[in-house]
Design a binder for this molecule. Structure first.
Ligand code: NOJ
Length: 505
């Protein structure tokens, strides 16, 4: 029987290397996550998503997988994973793992075989092509900068990598690749995972003509590679994956990282017999701008309801600057982020939180010499990369490890993390952590309907509760009723950058 538990679930993304270190190497690990499950249950989330913890040389911090069915010794063992899963289930938390099917690590046995001998069948798992006019086969670009093709000197051929050169793309038109990944899914489903987050879900099949990419003009926040990827072959594939998961008890589910700006295209991935959920990154790409946010909410609802899917809402993940910083930073950015939390948890559908979001953490400015993200290096320093949102979680008030580690954390944790730590915020009614705890415990239900509000505001009803967000209007009067929660203390009207839930009966 399907429970569709995911329809209104709150998922919490754990960036494994930054959550809790128990073996003293300055990197988070699976036993560390296990030791914090009580915190997550009390926070009030329904499920956790673990970023890759598989053996990896770390060219892209785990998104370069060298073995899809094992645990990197730095993060623990398969037995640690089983123990974590069992404890999570005992606490009523579901667990999603990341599946990274678009590419492997260059150190995966398949790629090593592919390089060892041009006749090796594993070479056909990847996309090796001859060059053109003394250069790469075409002008496709990598998300991390530069050409998406790497010359293999020995053969004179190039291989495709939409991300780092150490992440060769797989050829999904090769049926062996398709079969292998079904085995990977089964491996984790057999162990009891509740589902998967699919990395680069729109990217697996490439346009077989390798025609030049046509990018949107003006360019979007994220390069969509619109014509090179997002191929029709993905849909029969995801239907097969869905049938595979449906063959297991317990409503196992998929969330696709479908990074397309166009919500109508994203909706194709969540038709009834395909993936259950797809990330909706549109709200995350919006500025603190009421009209833009309202348009995104409407467009999302329209696109998802057209296929009978539920919306998902995301404001943070391990790839983007923290929301308080995106909204301007400092005290004002933090106020906006608190107001946005009440918006996020009032919307109908599934919500994805990123660790530390509930603490109101801001982006950390890492000195260049300590940066680790390949994006920084591959762009020659032109792009700062994603380290600033990946700084480890502060649990206690004193550094340098703030309860994350007894050793040196893998990225430096700033002094102010003490004030933002879980210990510092717990039981402080004015803290962002307690705001999240309250909102998670009282998520709104019932039909969604916009209500009238002045320009610069978002006002809507869910059942008998009205959610009011004053984005940047001079003031937003509260309706009469019971004030359930507000992002800051409030009398009769909300100041700009504040939000509230009011039960109007
Ligand atoms: C999306 C992941 O979230 C990101 O961290 C990674 O670099 C790319 N996919 C490539 O795997």
């Amino acid at each position: 029987m399907t429970t569709a538990w995911w329809r209104d679930a709150v998922f919490y993304e754990i960036y494994v290397r930054s959550f809790t270190d128990t073996d003293g190497d300055g990197l988070g690990d699976l036993p560390g996550i296990r030791s914090r499950l009580g915190y997550l249950r009390d926070l009030g989330v329904d499920a956790i998503w673990l970023t890759p913890f598989y053996p990896s040389p770390d060219a892209d911090h785990g998104y370069d997988v060298a073995d899809h069915t094992d645990v990197d010794p730095r993060f623990g063992t398969l037995a640690d994973f089983d123990a974590l899963l069992a404890d999570a289930h005992a606490l009523g938390l579901r667990v999603l793992v990341d599946v990274v099917p678009n590419h492997t690590s260059e150190e995966h046995a398949w790629f090593r075989n592919a390089l060892s001998d041009p006749e090796h069948p594993d070479r056909r798992r990847y996309l090796f092509r001859p060059g053109r006019d003394g250069g790469p086969p075409n002008g496709w670009t990598s998300a991390f900068g530069g050409s998406a093709w790497q010359l293999e000197r020995r053969s004179g051929e190039y291989y495709l990598h939409l991300f780092a050169p150490e992440q060769p793309d797989l050829d999904w038109h090769n049926e062996t690749v398709q079969r292998d990944f079904e085995e990977v899914l089964r491996f984790w489903l057999d162990r009891g995972v509740d589902g998967f987050r699919i990395d680069v879900a729109q990217g697996l099949f490439k346009d077989q003509s390798f025609a030049e990419m046509e990018e949107p003009d003006p360019p979007t926040w994220h390069a969509d590679w619109v014509t090179a990827v997002n191929q029709p072959e993905l849909h029969p594939l995801y239907r097969r994956w869905r049938r595979l998961a449906d063959g297991y008890e317990g409503d196992r589910s998929f969330v696709g990282e479908v990074v397309l700006e166009n919500q109508e295209r994203v909706a194709d991935y969540v038709r009834p017999d395909e993936l259950q959920l797809a990330f909706n990154l549109a709200l995350l790409w919006d500025d603190w701008d009421a009209a833009a946010m309202r348009a995104t909410i409407d467009r999302t609802h329209t696109a998802m309801s057209a296929v009978g899917a539920v919306a998902t809402w995301v404001l943070e993940n391990h790839d983007v600057p923290r929301v308080a910083t995106r909204y301007g930073g400092g005290a004002e950015g933090r106020r906006r982020a608190r107001a946005a939390a009440l918006l996020l948890l009032a919307l109908p559908g599934a919500v994805f939180l990123y660790q530390g979001q509930e603490l109101g953490l801001e982006e950390v400015d890492i000195p260049d010499q300590l940066r680790q993200d390949p994006l920084f290096f591959h762009s020659g320093g032109a792009r700062q990369g994603r380290d600033g949102c990946r700084v480890p979680m502060p649990w206690t008030t004193t550094g340098p490890g703030f309860g994350f580690t007894a050793a040196e954390p893998w990225l430096p944790m700033p002094e102010e993390f003490g004030r933002r730590s879980v210990d510092a915020q717990t039981e402080d009614p004015a803290s962002t952590l307690e705001l999240y705890r309250f909102a998670l415990a009282h998520r709104l239900e019932g039909a969604f309907a916009w209500l009238d509000g002045p320009s610069g505001t978002l006002v809507f009803r869910r059942g008998d509760v009205v959610c009011l967000v004053n984005v940047d209007a001079p003031a937003l009067e509260l309706p009469s009723g019971e004030l359930l929660v507000a992002s800051e203390s409030v009398a009769d009207a909300l100041a700009p950058a504040a939000a509230a839930w009011v039960r109007t009966g």
